[in-house]
Write a protein that binds this ligand. Sequence first.
Ligand SMILES: [Zn+2]
Length: 405
Amino acid sequence: MIGVQLRYSFRLYPSAGQCAWLAKAFGCARVVYNDALRARETARSKGLPFPKTGDLSKSLITGAKQTPERAWLGEVSAVVLQQSLRDLDAAYRNFFDGLKGKRPRMGAPRYKSRKDTRQAVRFTANARWSITPGGKLRLPKIGDVKVKWSRTLPCVPSTVTVVKDSASRYFASFVVETGPEEVLPKTTPEVGIDLGLGHFAVLSDGTKIDSPRILRRSEKRLKKAQRALSRKEKGSKNRDKARTRVAREHARVADARREFHHQLSMRLIRENQAVAVEDLAVKGLARTRLAKSVHDAGWSAFVAMLEYKAARYARTFVRIGRFEPTSQVCSVCGVKDGPKPVHIRVWTCGTCGTVLDRDINAAVNIAKAAGLAVTACGAQVRPGLVPAPRSETGTHPTPRPSTAR
Ligand SMILES: [Zn+2]
């Protein structure tokens, strides 16, 4: 069992005055970040050594405050500005590590803009931020901000990031290290999960899970808002309004989706000792580009949650890579009888005669490839002929008067 870093976000409701102060903090952090980025890029283009963070801090924060052009940097907490330099450090480190192949490649650090959809400042422990006895978030030079505590923090975090999103909502985001105290009691079921387009997920035990109606409804509203935006004339007031509306609907969809992912991943981890999913990179190959772009983001967020919750609650998480294509193999007898067109949802195995449901068959194959002990389930293994509904067979477990018919 290892410690897991978790992010906890809570909605903030700053007053108008606090919003103005936060805007100032976002602006100052951005200016320091951009100044430091410029200093480093200049040094690089001239072949000079990479400026050290300590030196940049002296020249771009302490020194700059003495100049008329940057005097206003003194209005915000110095820790926020220091943190901005450290964030740039981290961005460079990730970029260079990517070049060296230590982590996935990413772009070079970029200048931040006032128009970025996400504005953020980070307060570390030495900024002396705190949570007041009344449950407000006390930020240096900004004051006590109202928080909606939607869940309990497992411990007091050392750092808080204040974020403003594209829908002009504010959040406090905490990173918390959790320990082994959260281990769930052992259980026996093990399950393979097939993520799909028809259903959000199908389990090897035959359960099919759709995304909740609230999410589908907000996705529909988002699409409508996007269509409306595309019809508005460029540069018009109405276009601005439509853009805000799209941003708001986007945020709603993201919230509903995250909530659904949290609930489903928690349920799967609580109910099963081991979970297995297919590697999404492999899965993505089989998708059209459109479907991929729409669904992959959601899938990978969900799989990431499964993975960290498994680690957190001492469950087994298995990601399986390339293996026998799931729809080509009978999950009961293992015979490989070739690809089937996507519209074929159910077929009968020519060898063992089992009626196979495409999605459940895939989930069982995933579980088997991961080495999980899956029990054959009723929904999966059906005899060659589909049994008629009970009411049509004329046999009832309890005797009924014949007049009932
Ligand atoms: Zn078979």
